[in-house]
Design a protein around this ligand. Sequence first.
Ligand code: UDX
Ligand code: UDX
Length: 432
Amino acid sequence: MKLCMIGAGYVGLVSGACFADLGNTVYCVDKDLDKVNMLNKGKIPIYEPGLAELIKKNYSSKRLIFTSNIGHAITHSDIIFLCVGTPTSKNNKSADLSYVYKAASEISKFINKFKIIVTKSTVPVTTGDKIEKIILQKKRKKLFEVISNPEFLREGEAIRDFRFPDRIVIGSNNKNTTRKLEALYEPLIKKGATFFATNRRGAEIIKYASNAFLATKISYINEIANLCEKTNVNIEDVSIGMGLDKRIGSRFLRAGPAYGGSCFPKDTNALTVTGDLYKTNLSIIKTVIKSNAKRKKILINRIKQILSNKIKNKKIAILGVTFKPNTDDMRESSSLVVIPYLQKKGAIINYYDPSGKKKEFSKLKNVFFCKSIETVSLKADLIIIHTEWDEFKSIDFRKLSKNKRFKIYDMRNLYSPKKMKKLGFNYFSIGR
Ligand code: UDX
Ligand code: UDX
């Protein structure tokens, strides 16, 4: 099929490249000319395992086309995916839909024959209705259909998540259009993906409700971890014991620092605003947001405890600063709160992250980027494991500690407390 992705960000690029790899012709449109030029030079603006190869393969086969000429792309496509950003708006915590509506009015100019317009960006309930109204100002209804097809991909595993989704959700009030999208996704359905069709508003809520539920699950296990720390119980046993109940499910029960990223914080906030708009107090999600914010303070208090409240001039080594591994994304990462706090208290901070140096810390005095585990740990008083990159999972701490005995705060429970104790380390972790 002939597809057009408007917005070559995370969602637009990954799903565009994957659709091309399924044999479709895909226009990836972005208003950011630099981004389009980069892509046409084979440079990938985001860090995502496997994406560069996938784009290269489909670009050279001319199935994937990068352009900022939205008119050309739309007139040559049958299905138009809206993948523009829906960041948190400046005034309140709602989703800023200005890019979505702007793109919708752009689309309305170039509808030359029947088009299916699909929202793939995360948009609040009734956004599809509003997009329809915008386009109706210029085009008659029978020339287009607006539907919702939310994306559930995770950063760092995005290509796998696109190819092997648990479900494909289509929200459409028109059976023919639903069937058309079912045909588009047929290669994935054949490989076992569940195709679930509902109405447009239903799909819009499914996306938010799913993200908010996952955020709730993480905040829940993090609070239980706090209790475990006070009662000398191992949170991992609790996660396993709970997760064996199929009604609960074992995934997303890993206690750690606060959840971060471009989606959970933004989407939980936006959903509570939508709730208030409809006089529905989504109190559970409001509590999750508060609990997650409080978690960063709990982490900091733990560090103060570990350092017996003596932070000034302490050398602290941080392993991993991104919100999770296999991405360079710093959005809402706990490290953005922990590092500035420790710096303000006079600590000397060295950090190492496999995805490279971070502009977020470049202006902070006494915060230095190091290029390896060895250099970052040199003469450290405390090593904090913040992000669970693979290379942090089998560190020989004895070798690292030849010159100096340091304490370890493992925020991702990568090591066994028993083994670390046997090795004579002052080892602290989460909920254990
Ligand atoms: C998007 C949505 O923002 C988010 O809600 C959803 O959860 C995931 O998909 P992402 O792909 O990460 O997130 O967005 P972003 O990386 O901001 O990319 C959006 C792209 O759209 C940018 O490259 C931007 O230049 C482009 N854009 C934006 C356009 O091409 N035209 C516009 O009018 C606006
Ligand atoms: C999330 C959703 O998973 C995805 O479906 C949606 O499309 C976009 O938002 P992402 O933001 O990439 O994806 O990250 P995810 O892997 O969900 O992790 C989110 C945060 O939760 C990270 O900070 C991660 O460290 C944390 N997390 C996740 C935990 O602390 N424990 C867990 O068990 C799982």
